[in-house]
Design a protein around this ligand. Structure first.
Ligand code: BTN
Length: 336
């Protein structure tokens, strides 16, 4: 496509390039070059025109592309698919998994129309404002080991966010990543097992990061509990964040499940839930408890008011002081 070739020339050039030089180099008319420049500008490329000198590329749009993300040296992200629009990157990954997609495939989208959260919630996924990424993994591990991948992913997400933004996210058990007490990253892991043997067939790990949303973008329901990198002064390009995340997920996958002690230690160091009053959602309603710590299997040990202790394996826990949970407040209102 002519646009791509013009872009290549502008990227390679150290100074301005005249329309005449480009038309000669590409063997097309100057009008065709001008049309390609106009189309590139419409896609968000900043192309300055300096009279008598020509065109200069001054900025590139924050678009996700396999060319910028795929890395042959990695298992996770060796193959990358970037879509403008999808229902859910997790669902797209699952569809591809059933068609023999490779271990480590990454699917990203600019926008999701049916972004999924845990416990049947939705995940708000506006175009270009967040990072919506799912990876397909085919680990040689037991379902019990795989159930810990979500916690490992929370550690990987914290590391990636830290590396590109300088912020210090914390984990709200089991797998929300927060900054300033509000949710920055959500993780949804889906597992497929073989019907006869119960063995792991594949796992899809989906990660959503709020990148440039304003409070108005979140709206009155989400603004009290959700945040973005931009709201904390971090201007991060999504492609840079995606690259960091894929790097951390690759590192995690290579270590899984062998280096469990390291990931457990990192999880414990970052988890903000222990040492706080929590409210545990049980079938009989919300019950107060005290969070004591995270066990080796990533369960949360709590003490009930009657002194009994229990290790919670999953479920909903509101933590006082995080995600707008005040003692008498409502539950987090869903969505994020
Ligand atoms: C949650 O916090 O409840 C989990 C949110 C997970 C959202 C991500 S965005 C990419 C991937 N695709 C989805 O449909 N969900 C996950």
């Amino acid at each position: 496509m002519l646009q791509d070739r013009v872009l290549e020339l502008l990227r390679a050039g150290s100074g301005p390039l005249s329309g005449e030089a480009m038309s000669a180099e590409l063997g097309v008319s100057r009008a065709a070059v001008w049309k390609a420049v106009r189309a590139l500008r419409a896609q968000g490329y900043g192309i300055e025109a300096q009279s008598a000198l020509g065109y200069r590329l001054v900025s590139t749009p924050d678009l996700l592309s396999p060319a910028g993300l795929a890395d042959p040296r990695r298992q996770v992200g060796r193959e990358v698919v970037c879509l403008p629009l999808v229902d859910s990157t997790n669902d797209e990954c699952k569809r591809r998994a059933t068609q023999n997609a490779p271990d480590g495939l990454a699917v990203l989208a600019e926008e999701q129309t049916g972004g999924k959260g845990r416990r049947g919630r939705s995940f708000q996924s506006p175009a270009g404002r967040g990072l919506y990424l799912s990876v397909l993994l085919r680990p040689r591990a037991t379902p019990q080991e795989v159930s810990r991948l979500t916690a490992w992913t929370a550690v990987a997400a914290c590391r990636a966010v830290e590396a590109v933004s300088g912020l210090s996210p914390v984990i709200k058990w089991p797998n929300d990543v927060l900054v300033g007490g509000k949710k920055l990253v959500g993780i949804l892991t889906e597992l497929s097992t073989q019907a006869e043997t119960g063995e792991v067939d594949y796992v899809v790990v989906g990660i959503g990061v709020n990148v440039s949303q304003t409070e108005a973008d979140f709206g009155p329901q989400l603004a009290p509990i959700a945040t973005s990198l931009a709201l904390h002064g971090a201007q991060v390009r999504r492609e840079e964040l995606a690259r960091a995340l894929l790097g951390e997920l690759d590192r995690m996958y290579r270590a899984f499940p062998r280096e469990w002690e390291e990931y457990l230690a990192q999880y414990r160091a970052r988890c903000a839930t222990p040492g706080r009053e929590v409210r545990v959602l049980t079938p009989a309603g919300a019950r107060p408890a005290w969070a004591l710590g995270v066990e080796e299997d990533f369960t949360l040990r709590v003490r009930w008011p009657d002194g009994r202790e229990e290790a919670l394996s999953s479920g909903e826990v509101s933590v006082r002081g995080l995600l707008a949970y005040a003692p008498d407040a409502q539950e987090d209102g869903g969505q994020q």
